[in-house]
Design a protein around this ligand. Sequence first.
Ligand code: NAD
Length: 275
Amino acid sequence: MENPLKIVIAGCSGRMGHVLLECVFADGDLQLHGALDRVGNPQLGRDAGEQLGVVSGIKVTDSIEEALRNADVLVDFTRPEASMAYLDACQKYDVKMIIGTTGFSADQKQVIEAASKTIAIVFAPNMSVGVTLLINLVQSAAKVLKEGYDIEIIEAHHRHKVDAPSGTALRLGEAAANALGRNLEACAVYGREGVTGERDPSTIGFATVRGGDVVGDHTVLFAGTGERVELTHKASSRATFALGALRAAKYLSAKNSVEGKNKGLFDMQDVLGLR
Ligand code: NAD
């Protein structure tokens, strides 16, 4: 492409960073412009493509300024404290930002929102295109099925995951609850054991499976009288999140000035045109 989008990857030697590099190298519309990682990271000073057998000409750096100068979009999958520093710098150098990092406090989320008054940001705890679509399908299904269908959310993840249920499962529960005018916090039931009594029809149940190397499976079950509707998404590799993040980068940077975004806070629903 004549004018490829200049992408900076933060956390480039992490699990997501690695897959992001692979996806950027494979996409002719994108060009690696910078590769950031933390002070003391052993990859600093090495070619960002080294571990993938690619000579990119871009060295891994901890200098935000060096990486961001003249860049178009920073893609961040790191840790909240790192994201906050990158957010500051993106405002300073007028670089758009894709925030895939999770685990922000309410205060930090407010800082992100405030920053979106000056730069364009896509912020989503799950960048998978399929999961974003699933959230929408769950909303539609809940609106059509209404009461009379018991909603249960079943999720499975690898043995290393430390929290349950997954943030995505909670987001799916929220989508169903909102569509039905319920408050998830009040109606969620997390696991069952012993003599539980009959199921309260106003509840939304969650069940968690952990094991092996499952990247992430989510099913939303609507169990009615005489039928069940099951909406399922299965992630088989981290590439789904990386490809979604890069799609978000293109969404913010559409060359057409009417379509491109200079400021504002967006999520994957916006990126996919699902609003
Ligand atoms: P990881 O631990 O493999 O990689 C994190 C990277 O960030 C590493 O390169 C690390 O050196 C760097 N880093 C950590 N602290 C830093 C700091 N203070 N300054 C600069 N760099 C720092 O983690 P991962 O599995 O790649 O996940 C990264 C983040 O992305 C997590 O928050 C995870 O929950 C999130 N994630 C989000 C999605 C999504 O779709 N939004 C998908 C997968 C992972």
